[in-house]
Design a protein around this ligand. Structure first.
Ligand code: CAA
Ligand code: FAD
Length: 380
C-alpha cells in the first residue's frame, strides 16, 4: 500500500493551495457578507483547467485523476467553500455526467466549453417536494415527437443564476416510476425557462443558489442524455462521483479551520502561556487532527477506487458522511479555541462553521448516505 502522492499530484495540490491563498483569500469575507459570486476567481480557475479536471483533453479537459481532484477540492475549500462548490458541481455533476453518458454531438456542443471553463453548468434534480425522495419527480418532460415539453420547478440549484447549461431531471412516463425519468440538457435563454430569485443562505453565501421555473420549454430530443428512461440512473451514477467532491469540500473546510486553530493556539496567551500549552486545547487539536486524517483517507480511498474503475458508491457515501460530520465538529472546536475572536468575521472560523453545515445536507443528507451505505452492506 503506497500513501505517497505522485509528483504531478503534489504539483497540482500546490497550485491549488497557491491559488486559494493568492486569489481566493483576500475577498472571501466580503463575498460571504454580500452574497457575491466569485466571478473573476471562477474564470481564472477555468483557465487553470480546474473546471474540467478529469475530462479527456480531446474535450478540453485537463485529463487528471480523481485523487488530484480531491487534493484541489481540499485546498480551495480551506479558504472558500463557495468557490469550491462551483468547481465540484461543474467537474463531477456536469462534466463527468456528460463525458460518461453524452453523445459525441453533446460533448462537442456542451462538454467542450464547460470543461474549458468558458461556461458553467448546473445539475438540477431537487424540487420543492422531491429532495431526498428523488424518484418522486414532479417536473414533467412530455414526449412530443422531436422534442420534449418541459414543465415544473427545480429548487436549490447551485450555479442556478450563473450557469449556461443545465442538466435537468424530469418525468416522462409517470406510469413507469423512476424508470420513466429522463435527463435533458437545457440552455439558458430557451423560451419559457426562468431563473427564480437567489436564496439568502446560512453558509456558502458566495455561491449562487436559485429555483428554476420551466413553462412549456421545448427541449430538442437530441438533448436527452442516454436512452429513454435513463434519467434517474444517470442522476444516481453521477451523484456517486459528486459525493467524492463534496466529501473533499468538507475535508477542506475542516482542515482550514484546524490550521487556523493551531496558529491561533500558538499565539494566544492566557495564564502566562500560549493556550496551546493547556492540555484541554491540546486534546481538542489531537482529536481534530485524527478525525481530519481519517476523513482524508476515506476521500482518497473513494477517489482511488474511482480511478481504478472499481465500484465506489459505498466508499463515496462513507467519505461524504464522515467528512461532513468532521467538518461540523472541527469548525465548532475551531471557534471554541478562538474564544470570542472566533465569533467575529475577521478570524474566518465562524464562516467555516456556517459553511460546514451544508456538506451534511446537499448531494444527499447524512441520513441518505447511511441508507446508501447500509443497502450496500445488506446487499451481500
Ligand atoms: N447507480 C445506479 N443505479 C442506482 C443507484 C446507483 N448509485 N442508486 C439507485 N439506483 C437505481 C436502483 O437500482 C433502482 O433501479 P431499478 O429499480 O431499475 O433496479 C432505482 O435507482 C431506484 O433505486 P431505489 O429503489 O434505491 O430508490 P429510492 O427511492 O429508495 O432512493 C436514494 C434511493 C439513494 C435515497 C436516492 O433517492 C437518493 O440518492 N436521494 C438523495 C438525492 C440527492 O442526493 N440529491 C442531490 C441533489 S444534487 C446536489 O445536491 C448538488 C449540490 O448540492 C451541490
Ligand atoms: P428532505 O428530503 O425533505 O429531508 C428533510 C429531512 O428528513 C432531512 O434531515 C433528511 O435527511 C430526512 N429524511 C428524509 N427522508 C428520510 C428517510 N427515508 N430516512 C431518514 N431520514 C430521512 N439539489 C440539486 O438538485 N442541485 C443542486 O445544485 C443543489 N444545490 C443545493 C445547494 C444548497 C445550498 C442547498 C441547501 C441544497 C441544494 N440542493 C441541490 C438540494 C439538496 O440536495 C437537498 O436539499 C437535499 O437532497 C435534501 O432534500 P430536502 O431539502 O428536500 O430535504
Amino acid at each position: 500500500m503506497i500513501f505517497e502522492l505522485t509528483e504531478e499530484q503534489q504539483m497540482i495540490r500546490d497550485a491549488a493551495r497557491d491559488f486559494a491563498q493568492n486569489e481566493l483569500k483576500s475577498g472571501v469575507i466580503e463575498r460571504d457578507e454580500h452574497q457575491k459570486f466569485p466571478t473573476e476567481q471562477i474564470r481564472k480557475l477555468g483557465e487553470l483547467g480546474f473546471l474540467g479536471m478529469m475530462v479527456d483533453p480531446k474535450y478540453n479537459g485537463a485529463g487528471l485523476d480523481t485523487v488530484s481532484y480531491v487534493l484541489v477540492m481540499e485546498e480551495l475549500s480551506k479558504i472558500d467553500a463557495s468557490a469550491s462548490v462551483v468547481v465540484s458541481v461543474n467537474n463531477s455533476l456536469v462534466c463527468d455526467g456528460l463525458e460518461k453518458y453524452g453523445t459525441e454531438e453533446q460533448k462537442e456542443k456542451y462538454l467542450k466549453p464547460l470543461a474549458a471553463g468558458e461556461i458553467i453548468g448546473a445539475f438540477c434534480l431537487s424540487e420543492p417536494e422531491a429532495g431526498s425522495d428523488a424518484t418522486s419527480q414532479r417536473t414533467v418532460a412530455e414526449d412530443k415527437g422531436d422534442h420534449y415539453l418541459l414543465n415544473g420547478t427545480k429548487n436549490w440549484i447551485t450555479n442556478g443564476g450563473t450557469a449556461s447549461t443545465y442538466l435537468v431531471i424530469a418525468q416522462t412516463h409517470p406510469e413507469k416510476g423512476h424508470r420513466g425519468i429522463n435527463a435533458l440538457i437545457v440552455e439558458k435563454g430557451m423560451d419559457g425557462f426562468t431563473v427564480g430569485p437567489k436564496e439568502n443562505k446560512l453558509g456558502i453565501r458566495g455561491s449562487d443558489t436559485h429555483s428554476l421555473l420551466f413553462s412549456d420549454v421545448r427541449v430538442p430530443k437530441e438533448n436527452r442524455i442516454g436512452e429513454d428512461g435513463f434519467g434517474f440512473k444517470f442522476a444516481m451514477k453521477t451523484l456517486e462521483g459528486g459525493r467524492i467532491g463534496i466529501a473533499a469540500q468538507a475535508l477542506g473546510i475542516a482542515s482550514g479551520a484546524f490550521e487556523l486553530a493551531v496558529n491561533y493556539a500558538r499565539e494566544r496567551q492566557t495564564f502566562g502561556k500560549p493556550i496551546a500549552q493547556h492540555q484541554a486545547i491540546q486534546f481538542k487539536l489531537a482529536d481534530m487532527a485524527t478525525q481530519i486524517e481519517a476523513a482524508r483517507l476515506l476521500c482518497l480511498k473513494a477517489a482511488w477506487l474511482k480511478d481504478r474503475g472499481e465500484p465506489y458508491a459505498q466508499a463515496a457515501s462513507m467519505a461524504k458522511l464522515y467528512a461532513s460530520e468532521v467538518a461540523m465538529k472541527a469548525t465548532v472546536e475551531a471557534v471554541q479555541i478562538h474564544g470570542g475572536y472566533g465569533y467575529v468575521k475577521e478570524y474566518h472560523v465562524e464562516r467555516l462553521m456556517r459553511d460546514a453545515k451544508i456538506t451534511q445536507i446537499y448531494e444527499g443528507t447524512s441520513e441518505i448516505q447511511r441508507m446508501v451505505i447500509s443497502r450496500e452492506i445488506l446487499k451481500d
